[in-house]
Design a protein around this ligand. Sequence first.
Ligand SMILES: Cc1ncc(COP(=O)(O)O)c(C=O)c1O
Ligand SMILES: N[C@@H](CCCC[NH3+])C(=O)O
Length: 430
Amino acid sequence: MSLPTNHAGHLEIGGADALTLAADYQTPLVVYDVAQIRQQVRAFQHVFETAHVDGIVSYASKAFASIAMYQVMQQLNAHIDVVSGGELTTAIAAQFPMPHVSFHGNNKSEAELVMALDAHVGTIIVDNFHELALLDHLTTARQQPVDILLRITPGISAHTHEYDQTGQVDSKFGFDLDSNQATAAVAQAMQAPYLNLRGIHAHIGSQIFALEGFIAVTHKLMSLLADWAQTFDFTPEVLNVGGGFGIAYTKDDDPLPPEAFVQAIVEAAKADSTALQMSLPQIWIEPGRAIVGPAGYSLYTIGSRKDVPGLLPYVAVDGGMGDNIRPALYQAKYEAVLASAPQAPATETVHLVGKYCESGDILIDRQPLPTTHPGDIVAVCATGAYGYAMASNYNRNPRPAVVFVENGQAKIVVSRETFADLIHLDQSYL
Ligand SMILES: Cc1ncc(COP(=O)(O)O)c(C=O)c1O
Ligand SMILES: N[C@@H](CCCC[NH3+])C(=O)O
């Protein structure tokens, strides 16, 4: 990974010195290079523009949701998807335009659906019959129309970690195709007086490197839209192919540029539109990881070290599985550099571990590093997606602060949790 350095040879993030960021805001610290986020969203939008296709980039905000992040997405005229009342509340607090919000989830509660209707969320992506009936009931009682898409399970298995697969038949998400659940759902939606069915959604999984699955899902969804248009009084308006475009975490990862996935989707949809004699619906993509993953860094301070003769040393940092569960949960691989000298040659290979009371709290199992000392700052790269978003207070450790950096200017966008925050919800039992 070639990382930007400044005149002092230090790691630079968004034009700011990583050591200065660590000194100013303490560690563990999550830092985003905002220009990189903007550039990726624009690159996706550019694919649609150059293909003269009506396309929407809808940021899958589960990858990292905060008021500031939603504000940046609004500036870029991107849409967002939310998957909980909490993400929706954050988007409302950011004054994100509600017509540009889609609401996902396999078990949205009645309270969450009411919240979405109160907020006039643009699209509800309906996942199952329970939700369809509930939403029909709520919208009828309120006499409030709402746009919906139906999420279907396309029966396409993506080559990725088992926990990152969502498109296979045996999945908790979406209406099954083979057992005709999807067709039954269309029929039910068409009957519902206040549900305006605009199209279809599928998401095959996450951290996917191959184009094939996206091409296959596009063909499948286009032919389903054509079937629905023939069978029902339905005009296909939206083709939402989800997200999942893979990124590089280590030198061994060699992903396609994320735009290549969109290019392939657009070409497949255009070809089908001609073959099926159906006008091209608006194409929506929902990338999360590709937008924020590579733009994020986790800065840690090195503390203790354990050397055992004949074994790799353990070098411990002041964070770990509480701010990045991905290595423990998915065996995810990362790379780290010494922030003061990212280009310095390695002198040893270490286990870079966290401070949590778990043997599995290993951020990077084998990390080559120059000689390090307590107090040194290490940066783990590409932690922007599903890092802070999946952070916990395990061992009652406060979650880190999050900083956005652009043109060398840093701004705290999520404050560091304090010990007082941690006990705030506790009640005495005495
Ligand atoms: C419905 C849906 N859309 C989009 C995404 C975003 O995926 P990724 O962050 O891999 O782009 C997910 C997460 O896997 C998802 O479940
Ligand atoms: N949290 C997963 C991806 C998100 C899956 C969402 N459907 C990861 O970190 O890889």
